[in-house]
Design a protein around this ligand. Structure first.
Ligand SMILES: *Cc1c(COP(=O)(O)O)cnc(C)c1O
Length: 431
């Protein structure tokens, strides 16, 4: 017999050789452009140029303003307001739309915690609506069912890099006179039709933190087409309480100032990073598409959905699992894949409503605020069971890869596919 018998390597978790022997290098979007941009700011000696009083420099220095202009130009919106994180940006946005203590704001349980915290900061009450099992984004029907007479706004996240159903959400919001804030931190440059994620809501918020597609270390950007909202966010960003008198601002509600300012170095780097956004987003789309082609057909595994006309920029590559079809618990699969060297394996994702803050209703101080302030008739529930889809995905249904943490070249993607196929070939050994 001359033809070789295909050797089947043992799973790495059982002592066999790992499919991916050498760790992928960490994602690094910086080049000499950012080094030059940062050092040129340092040479000027002015690393931040805001003045926290009503003054020409209230809106920040030249790099901040240039970065805002470039960002709003790229995204086709009228105003960009640079901030020092998306968390700050979300807080500025919720304050800007005029939330009153006790107002309800609908939000996804399947998002980074800051999407919901931004509501609590203003003594608003987060109301969690369930997600769509295909895109993991807020489900429009679930939002509709969560609306009460107290509802004032929706914070919608474009989770994992796929845009939320903004047509459906904006139509519903219009019908009920609700404001919409879109947390596009994970989806810069993702599109549905001609619309970029983050641009169709009243306010869109982007992140520039170290883990995102493009970054400046820390940073964020709010976008809006509404001049009044832009002004209110600019005020909240920079000590509003000390500024409104000089500026002659009439509506001083929520003009509690913070320091949400982005510095000149970050803005200068952001200008360079923005020029690389197309390429960064397309690289992720390419990696996700290639992964899906390679993983198609594995038993009990469904590759991520991309809605017709939309693009997915794969901050996370999220598979859905049917554990009963596979016959192996998710945690075991995740361990086997990690042992094969697959980087950033996620054994589920967060359920924000189950965090201690909501379970114990302890946020401002220790006595139940803001929920107590909302009054006895506020019956918002955070019990397990209110968001069955998000809970199922958290407990059993979703297995992800943090695609944003590495470049994921074609060769690397192929290794990941090989690792999955090896594990799926030997499911019996994991049972
Ligand atoms: C990263 C992230 C944030 C927070 O961004 P920061 O810039 O770190 O504050 C908010 N929402 C989502 C969905 C995120 O992924």
């Amino acid at each position: 017999m001359t033809h070789a018998i295909k050797t089947r390597h043992k799973l790495a978790i059982h002592g066999g050789p790992a499919t991916i022997a050498k760790a992928f290098p960490a994602y690094n979007p910086y080049g000499s452009e950012e080094v030059e941009a940062a050092t040129s700011v340092i040479r000027t000696g002015v690393l931040s140029q805001y003045i926290g009083a009503w003054h020409a420099d209230f809106l920040g220095g030249p790099k901040v303003r240039a970065f805002e202009a470039a960002w709003s130009d790229y995204f086709g919106v009228r105003y960009g307001v640079a901030v020092n994180s998306a968390t700050s940006g979300l807080a500025a946005a919720v304050g800007a739309i005029g939330i009153e203590p006790g107002d309800e704001v609908i939000v996804s349980p399947w998002t980074m915690s800051a999407s919901a915290t931004a509501i609590v900061v203003w003594n608003g009450i987060p109301v969690f609506a369930d997600i769509d099992p295909q895109t993991f984004n807020l489900d429009v029907g679930a939002i509709r069912r969560a609306i009460t007479k107290r509802t004032r706004a929706i914070v919608v996240t474009d989770i994992f890099g796929h845009p939320a159903d903004m047509n459906g959400i904006m139509a519903l919001a219009k019908e009920h006179k609700l404001k919409v804030i879109e947390d596009a931190a994970q989806a810069p440059a993702a599109r549905c039709g001609d619309a970029y994620a983050g641009t169709t809501a009243d306010i869109g918020v982007f992140s520039l933190n170290y883990h995102k597609h493009i970054h400046t270390g820390e940073g964020g950007m709010c976008v809006t087409n509404d001049q009044g909202l832009a002004e209110r966010m600019q005020l909240i960003r920079n000590h509003a309480e000390s500024v409104v008198a000089g500026k002659g601002t009439e509506n001083i509600s929520n003009m509690i100032g913070f320091n949400f300012r982005l510095g000149e170095i970050e803005a200068a780097m952001g200008l360079q990073q923005l020029r690389k956004l197309n390429q960064a987003a397309q690289a992720k789309t390419r990696a996700g598409t290639r992964l899906s082609a390679g993983l198609e057909g594995l038993r009990g595994l469904a590759t991520p959905t991309v809605k017709p006309g939309c693009t997915h920029v794969y901050y996370v590559y999220a598979l859905t699992l049917d554990e009963t079809l596979i016959g192996v618990p998710r945690v075991r699969l995740a361990q086997a894949l990690a042992a094969e060297g697959v980087p950033g394996v996620m054994n589920g994702y967060i359920n924000v409503h189950l965090l201690p803050m909501y379970q114990k209703r302890i946020a401002h101080g220790s006595r139940g605020y803001p929920w107590r302030a909302a009054g006895e008739d506020s019956r918002v529930s955070y019990a397990k069971g209110i968001c069955p889809v998000a809970e199922h995905m958290h407990d059993r249904g979703m297995l992800g890869i943090q695609t944003c943490a590495h470049d994921f070249s074609d060769d690397q993607v192929d290794l990941v596919i090989e690792a999955f196929r090896k594990v799926w070939d030997q499911l019996d050994d994991l049972r």
